[in-house]
Write a protein that binds this ligand. Structure first.
Ligand SMILES: N[C@@H](CCC(=O)N[C@@H](CS)C(=O)NCC(=O)O)C(=O)O
Length: 209
């Protein structure tokens, strides 16, 4: 069975998984669905979030899990180093991006992308979390030129679709110009945007929901 990817091209997490599928040259179908709490969708994605992935054995959710599943299928190129420690370092930086940058920044997305103003209290809570998150990320990231060294890894795909939104949220909601303070972020994004996979994902994002 061809893998089916459920979600929508506006979702940064959906785009991470889609990029990995494209990079690996795997066949897949896209099923357009927005996050929702309908029982039919909750049976597929227990939190009602996107993305979700349908495999011949059943459904999977959580972007990091799906990336690891795709990697373990052994099809196409692997973007994990063979060395167990180096692989764990890639997983570590993905975890930092998720927990300490994407999730706190997401608390501002209501204001930034959906017109629901954030309270001053929320901003005061999120800003120091993000300062710590960016500082810890910068201690781990090598940018030489990729996050984990001279080889492109899954962490770079995760970064591409989380860092841009987090930086936009900081600029618009906190008046904090992370891109100017940390120019390596946009340099790496520009390098990644030269890849056919990411060009396709960005083009699909422009044309769909
Ligand atoms: N931890 C999830 C996060 C996915 C996520 O938050 N997706 C957003 C869209 S970008 C969503 O479905 N939001 C709706 C909700 O949180 O209920 C993952 O790694 O896949």
């Amino acid at each position: 069975m061809t893998i089916k990817l459920y979600g929508m091209p506006l979702s940064n997490y959906y785009n991470m998984v889609k990029t990995v599928l494209l990079e690996k040259g795997m066949d897949f179908e896209e099923v357009l669905v927005l996050p929702n709490q309908e029982s039919d969708y909750l049976a597929k994605s227990p939190m009602g979030k996107v993305p979700a992935m349908e495999t011949e054995q059943g459904f999977l959710t959580e972007t990091g899990v799906m990336i690891d599943y795709l990697d373990s299928l052994g099809q196409g190129e692997s973007f994990y180093p063979a060395d167990p420690f180096e692989k764990a370092k890639v997983q570590e930086i993905i975890r930092y991006l998720e927990l300490y940058i994407e999730l706190p920044a997401r608390r501002l997305y209501g204001e930034v992308f959906f017109g629901r103003p954030a309270t001053v209290e929320l901003k005061e809570e999120v800003k120091p979390q993000l300062e710590k998150g960016f500082a810890s990320f910068n201690r781990l990231a090598k940018f030489s030129p990729y996050l984990c060294g001279d080889k492109l890894t899954y962490a770079d795909f995760y970064f591409r679709f989380s860092m841009n939104l987090a930086m936009t949220a900081c600029k618009r909601a906190l008046d904090w110009d992370v891109a100017a303070e940390m120019p390596r972020n946009n340099e790496l994004i520009a390098r990644l945007d030269e890849r056919a996979s990411i060009m396709r994902v960005l083009a699909d994002q422009k044309k769909k929901v």
